[in-house]
Unconditional design. Structure first.
Length: 350
């Protein structure tokens, strides 16, 4: 198959066309003893290789990092020896005939590229990716990714839990999920989507609008956003409104990028395959990160340095049936979960 390459001084990324193909490459390389690391966009960002508005193109599920130097040389040679062709990714600006001693093809100028949906939305240029458009669809919702998104841990940390979960992994490090588990999880995730869609269809638009206006009126200076660039670096509270689904999401941020950066993260991120279901499949709420940019039709925001203190009061003004928040708000939600259990802070769909 054709594999695309991006290179920085610290990383060499190999891009497969799909997450399934990337998983197959990971397994083959790891089983053969080659160094394979999880892909991260940080270095590409540092080198300014990601064009404006194209961060969604970086999908870690279909990218592997083969390091640099001798490690990269050995891994890339193994890929070529297996019949794969290496081609420079369109983000790469400085093209050479080789990378770490391995030949890489230079794509012809004006070559055809996959059509990627793009739009101007709330003052920002937003783009889809090869696999995802700018609106959520059932067809792209639960794409299987066998790689676990859980933080790395060892059996010594919790032997009883480790052994209980052993059957769902196919490797001794508990990083690769089994085909059977993935197939069952995909079926549950799609059933959960159908339940949520039926719920959305049952809701009344007028009642939703009344609930939204009641929530907005309860927070002083909460205003409707038309241009997100004006909220660059601004900390505070925000409400994302998805009118087609009669749903809203309340968020808070004090990140240096402000409300604009946080909402862009929701739009360009993807919920990990093994985290699509939160709790029980019959009551799990679809994550806001599973929706795409054009699903958000209105935004309300307010600047405040105490945004997390105000998150729960704003959430409580909404009837739960209209909300996409999966857990209670506030800075101490994670700490509270550790004390009383995740079930106590989890929000469920009736």
């Amino acid at each position: 198959m054709d594999l695309e390459i991006t290179s920085t001084p610290r990383e060499t990324h190999v891009w497969a066309a799909t997450a399934q193909q990337a998983d197959q490459l990971r397994r083959e390389l790891t089983d053969s003893g080659f160094l394979v690391r999880d892909a991260d966009p940080w270095e590409l960002n540092q080198q300014s290789l990601i064009p404006e508005g194209e961060h969604l193109e970086f999908d870690p599920a279909r990218i592997i990092d083969v390091s640099i130097g001798a490690d990269a040389n050995a891994t890339l040679h193994a890929l070529v020896d297996s019949g794969h062709t290496l081609i420079w990714h369109r983000w790469q600006t400085r093209l050479a005939r080789k990378i770490w001693g391995v030949a890489v093809a230079i794509p012809p100028r004006g070559g055809r590229r996959p059509t990627i949906e793009s739009a101007e939305h709330f003052g920002l240029k937003v783009r889809g990716s090869r696999d995802l458009g700018l609106r959520m669809t059932r067809e792209t919702y639960a794409r299987i990714n066998k790689r676990s998104s859980s933080p790395r841990w060892r059996r010594d940390d919790n032997p009883e839990l480790w052994d209980a979960l052993d059957d769902i992994y196919e490797d001794p490090e508990h990083r690769i999920l089994t085909d059977d588990w993935c197939a069952a999880h995909q079926q549950q995730a799609l059933a959960n989507v159908d339940l949520n869609m039926a719920h959305f269809a049952s809701l009344d638009q007028r009642e939703f609008e009344q609930a939204l206006q009641y929530a907005v009126s309860g927070r002083q200076k909460l205003t409707e956003v038309t241009d997100l660039t004006q909220w660059d670096g601004v900390p505070g509270l925000y409400i994302m409104v998805l009118d087609e689904y009669h749903q809203a999401y309340v968020g808070a941020t004090n990140h240096p990028g402000g409300i604009m950066a946080r909402i862009k993260q929701h739009w360009t991120g993807t919920k990990a395959f093994d985290r699509l279901i939160w709790g029980d499949p019959a009551t799990s709420i679809i994550s806001i990160d599973s929706f795409r940019a054009l699903d958000t039709t209105r935004i309300f925001a307010v600047k405040t340095s105490r945004s997390f203190d105000s998150e729960n009061p704003l959430l409580d003004r909404f009837p739960p049936k209209f909300m996409l928040n999966r857990i209670m708000g506030g800075r101490d939600a994670a700490k509270l979960a550790g004390l009383v259990g995740v079930d106590k802070i989890m929000k469920r769909r009736e």
